[in-house]
Design a binder for this molecule. Structure first.
Ligand SMILES: Cc1cc2nc3c(=O)[nH]c(=O)nc-3n(C[C@H](O)[C@H](O)[C@H](O)COP(=O)(O)OP(=O)(O)OC[C@H]3O[C@@H](n4cnc5c(N)ncnc54)[C@H](O)[C@@H]3O)c2cc1C
Length: 547
């Protein structure tokens, strides 16, 4: 429930205090709240507005929304109609020459693909946040306070005491919690002032600015085709632009600008000059922003954890920031819940950094590589002229764009294929097994421990993932022996571990899941696989839960 702090007691207690109600704080609250964990989210701003940050919720984010039961709500909240083309077009102007055309970027078009349970969704970040907030309002154990800033926090061996201030009344409160999650973004108080953990890498290595504007009738004048994003390559004002919302709301992002002159004197003139079209413009906002390549040295200390932009920052090229932060929230959320309810051990919390940091490092490098090829670097002489010579210039540029940008617009190998290769809570088994290498354009499903569980659509139309439990899932391709099942059952009862055993029916199951048994975690990643259960299964379960 969103509220301002209304009770006047000196201190508030909760199990988890979440600082920041951006997408990462909200996703953490949902992962915890759906598991009945009491949490309080504090946010200093009203978090309204239309800052055009993330514009695509990727396939993996949508799979989390499906698990939370709100994938349909997210799709309904997207302002573009279903039939709108999910393409990216590179052109000289919106009515100029097309240089390259990428169709169905990041699998945003409605489809049923065995590789995933939900296609991606084009949707502005503020609309994603609205859906998350609405869902939080239905979770009884989550309390949500706006206009409230965390000022400091101190931890002891059993709890954290945080001081929060209600910005309207200036009243201070102490919040006592078991764990604190700093999902407080790039300017994080938790990392900077409470934990004092440094960021490593390049700070503000480039600058951009974004204009949000209304342009009545603009779409009718576009001759290069329908797209969710246009990269305009011309010497006048190279940019990335596209529709943002209903009623002709657009964004215009001038890339790699000189910081000193980063804001234009006349934003309307820049837009007209870049697009090559004449139309009425109403400016809503002009915002400069810096590009970083930064990662926190550590992600947690004791009972305090960092997630999202608070611990990793990189260019937006590739659309990873919000999506990767939601992945952090899921990893941390189920682990905190397991520890708080007694079915997770301390190693589980320590594994958060071991699992997430290598993924962040890989993705940051990928995003930086993508950012090194902007419209600014594609400008060529004769690009806008007619004739065979200019045609040759454009054809050669097309090859460069396709080669350089394919890894930015088709990233399933990264989104679904980047697994946990060196985690203390994954049972990797025999060293003779080799993982399938993912991490690029193509995604090859693998049942190697640490990978995302391969997906399938079952004959009744349901997703295989819909049959996984909220705790551990043991997926069997044959009927498990009764002694092993008794052993698992008694372990589950004695330690209060939620375990679901499933034996789905599908002729491709044994191809995808090569062994008879696969142990799958609440986040749909594989903790272990093998052909026999035996007494070892108890040790495997206990290890995968961090004991
Ligand atoms: C131009 C641009 C384009 C982008 N494009 C994409 C994209 O295409 N895809 C993608 O996935 N990502 C994209 N991103 C990145 C994405 O916006 C961020 O990664 C995402 O917002 C991070 O979410 P967060 O919850 O970690 O932090 P934030 O969204 O920054 O939220 C942090 C919140 O914490 C609050 N807070 C801070 N300190 C305190 C305190 N002391 N007390 C209380 N509250 C506090 C802040 O007010 C803020 O609301 C883009 C970003 C930019 C700038």
């Amino acid at each position: 429930m969103a509220e301002h702090i209304q009770d006047h007691s000196e201190s508030i207690t909760t199990e988890v205090l979440i600082v920041g109600a951006g997408p990462v704080g909200l996703a953490t609250a949902i992962e915890l709240g759906q598991r009945g964990i009491h949490c309080l989210v504090v946010e200093q701003q009203e978090r309204g507005g239309r800052s055009p940050r993330a514009k695509t919720a990727n396939v993996r984010t949508l799979e989390h929304f499906r698990r939370w039961g709100i994938a349909d709500k997210l799709r309904e909240a997207s302002p573009l109609p279903k039939e709108y083309k999910q393409d990216v077009i590179f052109a000289t102007r919106l009515n100029g020459h097309v240089l390259a055309h990428f169709e169905n970027v990041n699998y945003c078009e409605p489809c049923r693909n065995d590789l995933f349970s939900e296609h991606a969704q084009w949707i502005p970040q503020y609309a994603v946040e609205r859906v998350l907030r609405k869902h939080i309002a239905t979770l009884e154990t989550v309390r949500f306070v706006f206009g409230c800033r965390l000022d400091s926090a101190e931890q002891a061996s059993t709890h954290v005491d945080a001081v929060v201030i209600d910005l309207a009344s200036k009243q201070q409160r102490t919040v006592r919690c078991k764990y604190l999650v700093g999902a407080d973004g790039a300017r994080t108080t938790i990392r900077n002032n409470v934990l004092k953990i440094p960021m490593c890498g390049d700070h503000a290595y480039d600058w951009n600015y974004t204009i949000v504007f209304r342009a009545k009738g603009l779409t009718r004048q576009i001759t290069v085709g329908q797209a969710i994003m246009y990269w305009l390559v011309n010497a006048d004002a190279p940019c990335i632009c596209g529709p943002m919302d209903k009623n002709d709301l657009w964004f215009f992002m001038a890339t790699s600008v000189d910081k000193k002159q980063s804001l234009p004197d006349d934003p309307k003139e820049v837009i007209h000059r870049s697009m090559g079209l004449d139309f009425d413009i109403e400016i809503e906002s002009v915002e400069p922003w810096a590009v970083h390549k930064l990662i926190a040295e550590r992600y947690h200390e004791g009972r305090i954890f960092l997630a999202g932009d608070a611990c990793h920052l990189h260019p937006p090229t590739g659309g990873y920031g919000m999506n990767m932060g939601i992945g952090d929230a899921v990893d941390l959320g189920w682990k905190l819940a397991a520890v708080l309810r007694g079915w997770g051990g301390e190693n589980l919390l320590a594994s958060y950094q071991d699992e997430r940091k290598p993924i962040h490092e890989h993705v940051i490098n990928q995003a930086v590589e993508n950012y090194s090829l902007l419209a600014n670097q594609l400008i060529r002489d004769q690009l806008e002229q007619e004739g065979p010579c200019a045609d040759r210039v454009r054809a050669s540029l097309r090859e460069k764009i396709v080669a350089g940008k394919k890894p930015e617009f088709y990233t399933l190998g990264v989104i679904l294929g980047d697994g946990y290769r060196d985690s203390p809570v994954i049972c990797y088994g025999s060293l003779t097994e080799t993982p399938v290498l993912n991490g690029g354009i193509e995604y090859i499903p693998s049942s190697f421990p640490g990978s995302l569980a391969p997906h399938l659509w079952l004959s009744d139309g349901s997703s295989l993932y819909d049959h996984f439990g909220t705790g551990l899932t043991l997926l069997c391709t044959a009927t498990p022996d009764a002694t092993s099942m008794d052993r698992i059952q008694s372990l589950a009862t004695s330690r209060n571990i939620p375990i679901t055993v499933i034996r789905p029916d599908h002729d491709r199951l044994t191809d995808l899941y090569e062994t008879t048994y696969t142990l799958i975690r609440p986040d749909q990643y594989i903790a272990w696989r093998g052909n026999t259960l035996g007494p070892a299964i108890e040790r495997i379960i206990v290890k995968s839960l961090g004991f």
